[in-house]
Design a protein around this ligand. Sequence first.
Ligand SMILES: Nc1ncnc2c1ncn2[C@@H]1O[C@H](COP(=O)(O)OP(=O)(O)OP(=O)(O)O)[C@@H](O)[C@H]1O
Length: 239
Amino acid sequence: MTDVAYAGTPQAGPAFITARGLEKHHGQTHALRGVDVTIRQGEIVAVMGPSGSGKSTLLHCLAGVITPDTGEVTIDETQISALTEDQRSRFRLTRLGFVFQFGQLLPELSAEDNVALPLMLAGTRRARALVQAHSWLARLGLEGMERRLPSELSGGQAQRVALARGLVNAPAVLFADEPTGSLDSLTAERVMETLTEVVRNTGTTLVIVTHDARVASYSDREIFIRDGRVTSPALEGAM
Ligand SMILES: Nc1ncnc2c1ncn2[C@@H]1O[C@H](COP(=O)(O)OP(=O)(O)OP(=O)(O)O)[C@@H](O)[C@H]1O
């Protein structure tokens, strides 16, 4: 199989996320049509493409949030498709992190509890989870805001809380779907600077879905999708 998405990768290193032959239908819509992707450990990869091209579907398949109709996803030697639903959910809680466009913070929980939540869901006691939550909030410039509700934070602050929540379980891979989509361009740049600095310092692999070239410019490599297929960057650029 030709692995277009692998071409042009700057760093050498073993494959960390491998997807082969991914097909996914949503009802009548053929969202993924045979996608092969290889991502190395510590890479920052932007998944780009027009609206409806299959970016989020690919992200959700890579992260084991949805199951492809056919094809396989392996992350750090764990074949996601071979896991039971419970095992997959455990894998997501302990090895993966997620950040979405609007942060999706729980409105009734304080910043600290929002960040502590993934740890608590994975079995960590609240007191201990809060210590780690505080440390991440401080690292992301939110010291003193631990007790605030999401409605008491600016958009950029709320998105930093969402980043802290995505990173608090020290994930091997952070999946981000339009993580700056709800922010103005200056705030978006600051959030991207913080995000890329943190993942580079921690060696976290980052897969980020975006239609924004400025966001993608923070990545090591771009994977283009069109009509459910990976296209080469050269081809995409020529269109
Ligand atoms: N739950 C669903 N039910 C039905 N169709 C869906 C569902 N999720 C996605 N689709 C369809 O599958 C295709 C791919 O959607 P997807 O969300 O992956 O695209 P995308 O590239 O992330 O789009 P956008 O940039 O607009 O968020 C689209 O045609 C979309 O309408």
